[in-house]
Design a protein around this ligand. Structure first.
Ligand code: SF4
Length: 449
């Protein structure tokens, strides 16, 4: 049995490679290999693939590279945009490999396979799946299975898309959806008698080329219940990896050339082994940089942990703050102003400069006033740390989502394309309008000049 794994394009009005790697499908690869299935990977979002790089060079295109291996994606505009987005004054694009390159790669290898497994992420990126499936269907008629976050959050939509475009949907996380897809494909019940997260490692070797950065997770899930976050519902609690397994994966990425290793846990500091992980990572200082771009819990960032992060050469630490004012409590109480102040103090004492600490602020949360965002900005500026303004969107299945549907402020059957955080303010009448959001963003831009 041979399976082709595909990480599909992203279709959006904006996208940037802030260390995006399809960890889910890399674990699927590891699970399949454990069963003796032969797998290959086509990652349409891989900026370091030799095919993509030589296409850019031959076309004389220079795409801007960012810090620590991040960078811009190549894109092609999709015109006209999907009908749902007509009237929204933003250009809709397909990010990642040029279509020509993706088509060439699929045509060249597809005959070797019995089926295609595709992963999914944000619900509002589903157009990338449509584009990917259309490309495969133009070339062959292999069975296609789709799993991932989009399927888990809006299963009804994924199933109807599957009917329309001819693919099967498998729901769930971990090994269960892979067992289901293989059962449908072969009629055989594969065994899930292993811990996919602890016993397996993401199958990075499927890239077949060096990578300037790699992404890992020392845990999945979170025991907290913030109203805007889907993580607790998706994973049903915290599942963590032992320190020595984390170190094995770090070595694996270093062997592949990674100079930047990014931890994308939702609750990195809640891993019971976090102290040991950081102590062990210290041996790589000078050899590799570590990054925490997913907003760690400020309340847990003690002086001791801040010193360990510094010793291990963590060069970028994002803290989750989201909003000032009463919303901090109303949304779950994960952080207060005092928590953030202490965390920043500890990081600075440990030797971090203002440009190495970044605070996430959300804009357009339900019930959030413009003044809440302005105060949050002012608070960060007084702490002398950088901040990032992120536009909010209600994620299907979160407590916010349930509340908004109940209050009649959101149609539960809304097309996920309209939930794109850059698109939401153009049509949703229960949040901030585009102009207010732009004004808030300009505060930062003005101060940067
Ligand atoms: S926002 Fe962070 S703390 Fe809150 S539930 Fe999600 S992962 Fe946990």
């Amino acid at each position: 049995m041979r399976i082709l794994l595909i990480n599909p394009w992203i279709c959006d009005v904006a996208a940037y490679d802030f260390w995006l790697k399809p960890l889910g499908i890399l674990y699927v690869g590891a699970i399949l290999e454990r069963w003796g299935v032969e797998v290959e990977l086509l990652d349409f979002m891989d900026r370091h693939s030799p095919f993509y790089v030589s296409f850019l060079e031959n076309s004389g295109l220079r795409i801007r590279q960012g810090r620590y291996g991040s960078g811009k994606f190549y894109h092609e505009e999709l015109f006209p945009p999907p009908p749902q987005l007509q009237g929204i004054p933003r250009r809709f694009k397909r990010y990642g490999w040029p279509r020509k390159i993706a088509e060439e790669r699929v045509r060249k290898i597809i005959r070797r396979f019995d089926a295609v497994f595709i992963t999914s992420c944000m619900t509002y990126w589903y157009w990338g799946i449509v584009e990917t499936v259309k490309l495969i269907k133009e070339i062959c008629n292999l069975p296609i299975f789709l799993g991932g976050i989009y399927v888990n959050l809006v299963e009804w939509h994924a199933r109807s898309l599957g009917k329309e475009h001819g693919f099967e949907v498998v729901k769930g996380v971990g090994v269960a959806p892979v067992i289901e897809a293989m059962r449908k494909l072969t009629g055989y019940e594969y065994s899930g008698d292993f811990d996919w997260f602890e016993d397996l490692h993401p199958a990075y070797h499927l890239y077949n080329h060096s990578l300037p950065y790699g992404v890992l997770m020392t845990s999945v899930g979170c025991p907290m219940r913030c109203t805007y976050c889907i993580t607790p519902r998706l994973w049903g609690g915290l599942k963590s990896k032992k320190a020595k397994k984390v170190i094995y994966e770090v070595d694996m990425l270093i062997d592949m050339g990674a100079e930047n290793i990014v931890f994308f846990d939702d609750a990195f500091l809640l891993n019971p082994d976090v102290d040991e992980v950081l102590d062990l990572l210290a041996k790589y200082a000078g050899k590799v940089r570590f990054l925490l771009p997913n907003g760690v819990h400020a309340r847990l960032l003690t002086m001791e942990l801040a010193c360990k992060l510094k010793r291990a050469n963590f060069v970028l630490i994002y803290l989750g703050y989201e909003s000032s004012g009463s919303l901090q409590y109303k949304t779950g109480g994960k952080v207060t102003d005092e928590d953030l102040k202490k965390a920043v103090h500890n990081l600075k004492k440990a030797g971090y400069g203002p440009e190495e600490i970044k605070v996430y602020i959300m804009v357009n949360m339900p019930g959030q006033r413009k003044e809440d965002v302005e105060k949050a900005i002012e608070f960060c500026e007084n702490l002398d740390v950088d901040y990032s303004l992120n536009e909010y969107t209600p994620i299907p299945g979160t407590l916010d989502w349930v509340g908004l549907v109940k209050e009649g402020k959101l149609d539960p059957d809304v097309d996920p394309l309209l939930l794109n955080n850059s698109v939401l303010p153009y049509w949703w009448e229960h949040g901030m309008d585009v102009e207010t959001i732009e004004k808030l963003k300009r505060i930062k831009n003005r101060r940067l000049r």
